[in-house]
Design a protein around this ligand. Structure first.
Ligand code: HEM
Length: 145
C-alpha cells in the first residue's frame, strides 16, 4: 500500500507537469478551449498528488535520506526547494485560474509565466526525490519533516 501510494503520487505530479506543458503549447497555437481543459486537468492531477502524498505521510510517516554523505546537502537543498515551491504553487495556481475565469488575461498571463516554471520544477524535482528515496530511503516511522 505504501509503495502504491508513493507510485500514484509521483505519477500524478509527473502527469500534471505533462498536462501543463501541453496547455502552454495549446495556448501558443491559439487554442483557448483546449488550453483551458489541459490546465484544469493539470490542476486536478496536482490535487490528486496532494491527496496521495498526504495519505502516505499520514499512514506511514516520512522517509529519511540514507545515501552517500557527499550528496546529503544537495538532496536536502532539492527537498527544501521542492517543498517550498510546492507550497507556493497551489495558491498561485488558484490565483492564475481565478484571473482567467474573470477574463483578466493580462494578469492571468503575467502570473502564469511565473507559475509555469515553478510547477515544472516541482514536478521534475518530485520525480528525482522519489527515485533517490527508492534507492536510498530509510523508513523513520515518524510523522515529521
Ligand atoms: C493553472 C492553470 C493555468 C495556467 C498555468 C495557464 C497558463 C497560461 C500561460 C502561460 C499563458 C500565456 C502564454 C503566452 O506566453 O502567450 C496563458 C494564456 C491564456 N490562458 Fe491560461 N493558464 C491556466 C488556466 C487557464 C484557464 C482555466 C483558462 C480559461 C478560463 C485560461 C485561458 C487563457 C487564455 C484565454 C489565454 C490567452 C490570453 C491572451 O493571449 O490574451 N487559462 N495561460
Amino acid at each position: 500500500m505504501k509503495e502504491l501510494l508513493g507510485f500514484l503520487a509521483v505519477w500524478s505530479i509527473v502527469l500534471s507537469g505533462l498536462a501543463l506543458v501541453t496547455g502552454v503549447v495549446l495556448i501558443k497555437k491559439g487554442n483557448r478551449v483546449a488550453h483551458h481543459r489541459a490546465m484544469l486537468t493539470a490542476t486536478s492531477l496536482a490535487l490528486l498528488f496532494l491527496v496521495f502524498y498526504l495519505a502516505k505521510w499520514a499512514l506511514y510517516g516520512t522517509t529519511a535520506y540514507g545515501g552517500p554523505e557527499a550528496w546529503r546537502g544537495a538532496y536536502y537543498l532539492l527537498l527544501i526547494t521542492h517543498t517550498l515551491l510546492a507550497a507556493i504553487n497551489g495558491p498561485l495556481a488558484l490565483y492564475v485560474i481565478w484571473r482567467a475565469f474573470r477574463g483578466e488575461f493580462i494578469l492571468h498571463k503575467r502570473w502564469a509565466r511565473v507559475l509555469v516554471p515553478i510547477w515544472l520544477y516541482v514536478a521534475v524535482s518530485g520525480w528525482v526525490i522519489y527515485l533517490v528515496l527508492k534507492r536510498y530511503g530509510v523508513e523513520t516511522g515518524t510523522i515529521a519533516f
